[in-house]
Design a protein around this ligand. Structure first.
Ligand SMILES: Cc1cc2nc3c(=O)[nH]c(=O)nc-3n(C[C@H](O)[C@H](O)[C@H](O)COP(=O)(O)OP(=O)(O)OC[C@H]3O[C@@H](n4cnc5c(N)ncnc54)[C@H](O)[C@@H]3O)c2cc1C
Length: 388
């Protein structure tokens, strides 16, 4: 996409975030729910089909444009951006890459048009960082399957119409299944009382003999974990973009407040200690954004099938992990410093920065914790150095 076109789309996302998200973010956070009309507006803008190819009714954005939009949405409200990121990222891209023609024709136009919201159900009460330890099981039942188990922290789960759900298919293998929440035996459990990202509708799900047809399996029924890891690369780049948006909001709030707040007869923005905090935020966030764009470029090259390293530090997985680690760290540190710049007011619910700190913390956990990002990066580096 031409740079001018990307900048126009980014400006559109920024206007939308400023007029529709930011003024309502605090109310949604307190209510722990988003209004329906926000999804209608996201549909109007096409933002629920950003990574769906045009032939299936989506916008077919490149990853650089996608992360630019996510950053703006997160600047407005991270819960909305998280919802959009899960729907477009791991859910739509997994179907685009591995779905059959029939699955794509059935689901991609619906996802792009926002007729259904997508969710990604990998984590379980006993399996988070180590998804190979899943205990949800799918067993053959005639031409189809029956799924039993429990999923935890399913973002969008409260309103999803399509869930990409992972379950063991035997002998240590995992399959990816397309499940609709109206299936018998599928029960949406309690809405999690989260620290931040409160309006994104994260729920647990119980699966009791959920019956799905043979056509619900995506790709090879034994390759689901591999698909999940690939989808998480896309998810991590989205999380990095979200983190930059949250951190930028914190930095801007802190700078504006510092210019207006006077102590010792002058704006606190004149104090070196405050300027140092602001400069540090700007530096860390710029690094996070640059690494996010680098990872977006790697995802783009991989999607176009260009020859490039798949593993090692030049591979998509390491670059996505580096971007997420750097950006989420920058977001949490910036939001933390923004609370400090606001002083006592920063600690109050009435001011915007405490929410940003709570939201930022989430980007260090979901889709893989910072510790797991470091583990992935070190593993890829060691692989470069000859480790098998
Ligand atoms: C807001 C939010 C939204 C989420 N949305 C989704 C979703 O839509 N779909 C979904 O499937 N999941 C989702 N999750 C779950 C999330 O991906 C997991 O919480 C995360 O992967 C960590 O798993 P865990 O909570 O089981 O922690 P654990 O794996 O139990 O980890 C606990 C601690 O041990 C550390 N640790 C674990 N293994 C290692 C290791 N090898 N080396 C060093 N340290 C280690 C971790 O870093 C962490 O600090 C969401 C979580 C949150 C908070």
């Amino acid at each position: 996409m031409a740079t001018s076109e990307r900048l126009d789309i980014q400006a559109m996302a920024r206007d939308f975030a400023a007029s529709e998200l930011r003024p309502r973010a605090s109310e949604w956070d307190a209510r722990r729910a988003l209004d329906d009309d926000v999804f209608a507006k996201l549909v109007e803008l096409g933002f629920l089909g950003m990574l769906v190819p045009e032939e299936f009714g989506g916008l077919g954005f490149d990853f650089a444009t996608y992360v630019a939009v996510l950053e703006e949405l997160a600047w407005g409200d991270a819960a909305v951006a998280l919802s959009v990121a899960i729907h477009n990222g791991p859910v739509a891209t997994l179907l685009v890459r591995h779905g059959s023609e029939e699955q794509k024709r059935r689901w991609l136009p619906k996802l792009a048009a926002g007729e259904v919201l997508g969710a990604f159900a990998l984590s379980e009460p006993g399996a988070g960082s180590d998804p190979a330890g899943l205990s949800t099981k799918a067993r053959r039942d005639g031409a189809g399957w029956r799924i039993d188990g429990e999923k935890r922290w399913v973002t969008n789960g409260a309103r999803a119409g399509l869930v990409v759900l992972f379950a063991g298919t035997g002998e240590g293998a995992v399959g990816a299944f397309l499940v609709t929440p109206d299936a018998e035996g599928y029960r949406v459990g309690k809405r999690e009382q989260t620290l931040g990202l409160r309006a994104s509708g994260t729920v647990s799900v119980e699966l009791q003999g959920v019956a799905v047809g043979g056509d619900a399996v995506v790709g090879d029924e034994r390759e689901g974990l591999h698909y999940a890891m690939e989808a998480l690369d896309v998810g991590r780049v989205g999380t990095a973009a979200l983190a930059v948006g949250i951190g930028r909001a914190a930095m801007e709030h802190a700078a504006t407040y510092a210019l207006g707040r006077e102590q010792f007869g002058q704006p606190i923005a004149r104090f070196g200690a405050i300027q140092e905090k602001l400069a540090r935020m700007a530096e860390r966030l710029a690094a996070g954004r640059a690494l996010t764009l680098d990872a977006a470029a790697a995802l783009g090259a991989a999607t176009r099938g260009e020859k490039q390293a798949r593993t090692g530090l030049d591979g998509v997985t390491a670059r996505a992990a580096i971007a997420m680690l750097s950006a989420s760290d920058a977001a949490t540190a910036s939001a933390d410093e923004a609370v400090q710049v606001f002083g006592g007011y920063g600690y109050m619910r009435h001011y915007p920065v405490e929410k940003l700190l709570r939201d930022a913390k989430g980007t260090e956990i979901y889709g893989g914790t910072s510790e797991i990002m470091r583990h992935v990066i070190a593993r890829e580096l060691l692989r470069d150095m000859g480790d098998a």
